[in-house]
Design a protein around this ligand. Structure first.
Ligand SMILES: Cc1ncc(COP(=O)(O)O)c(C=O)c1O
Length: 241
């Protein structure tokens, strides 16, 4: 970096999540003042993400929550503009709210991420609106035991998949339900009338939560129509903070 570089910085505003960011316009303007007093910093705009809205199941609840977040973001923008500063970037929104954020007139960019993979938790949202995404992230789990009737055991448990947002779902196989995750084992029930998978069969699991699952893996295997087309290293592998 050049010694005379100026870093572009965003102020994070709390637009309803209660996690990080300045809570109100006064706190925002104090921070803006502090930034203006630093030669090497240039104010570039607002970071205004409301994660709590994203997983509201109903489309209407997400629409209303996204509108409240956008209104709060607009209050911060107005305060900054009244203080005589431009606010070139207003960034926020996620997979669950992007369809509303895009038309809010407040954000200059949206920041959805999970839509790329569409985990099982996101799959439970009501997607009756304008945007809809498909699952694309799967854990290939091998059947390692069928010792008991009505269930099989796969080699993907707590070390393979984050379960904070629910257990993984078995993709494309009716009658198979992932019931329980042990350290290295996953218990899958087999409904009456459903043929139990064979030993070494591979079940494709859709993780409940993609973000904390992905960094458990060294590589992503890209495949289409059953043919491997790419192997991508996971740069965030093992990064726990
Ligand atoms: C600050 C921030 N922006 C964007 C995202 C992406 O949101 P989503 O996973 O809903 O697409 C996240 C997700 O955790 C986030 O924390």
């Amino acid at each position: 970096m050049q010694a005379d570089a100026r870093l572009q910085v965003l102020i994070e505003a709390d637009v309803g999540q209660g996690r990080c960011g300045v809570a109100d316009a006064d706190a925002c303007l104090r921070l803006l003042d502090a930034i203006s007093g630093c030669d090497r910093l240039a104010f570039a705009g607002l970071q205004a993400y409301q994660g709590g809205v994203q997983h509201e199941r109903s489309h209407a609840a997400r629409r209303d929550g996204a509108a409240r977040a956008a209104e709060r973001a607009a209050v911060f923008v107005l305060a900054i503009e009244h203080a005589g500063q431009a606010c070139p970037i207003v960034t926020g929104g996620g997979t669950g709210s992007a369809e509303f954020d895009l038309h809010s007139g407040v954000y200059t960019e949206v920041q959805p991420g999970s839509y790329v993979f569409m985990d099982a938790d996101y799959g439970s949202n009501d997607w009756s609106g304008a945007l809809r995404f498909e699952h694309s992230l799967f854990i290939a789990a091998g059947v390692m035991s069928r010792a008991r009737p009505g269930r099989v055991v796969v080699d993907a448990g707590l070390k393979s998949v984050a379960v904070d947002s629910g257990l993984p779902r078995v993709f494309g196989r009716e009658g198979l339900v992932y019931l329980q995750a042990n350290d290295e084992h996953g218990i899958v029930s087999v409904d009456a009338g459903t043929a139990a998978p064979e030993l070494a069969d591979m079940l494709m699991l859709v993780p409940g939560h993609c973000d904390p699952t992905l960094n458990l893996y060294d590589e992503l295997i890209g495949f289409r129509d059953g043919v491997v087309e790419a192997v991508w290293p996971v740069a965030a592998r093992g990064m726990s903070r």
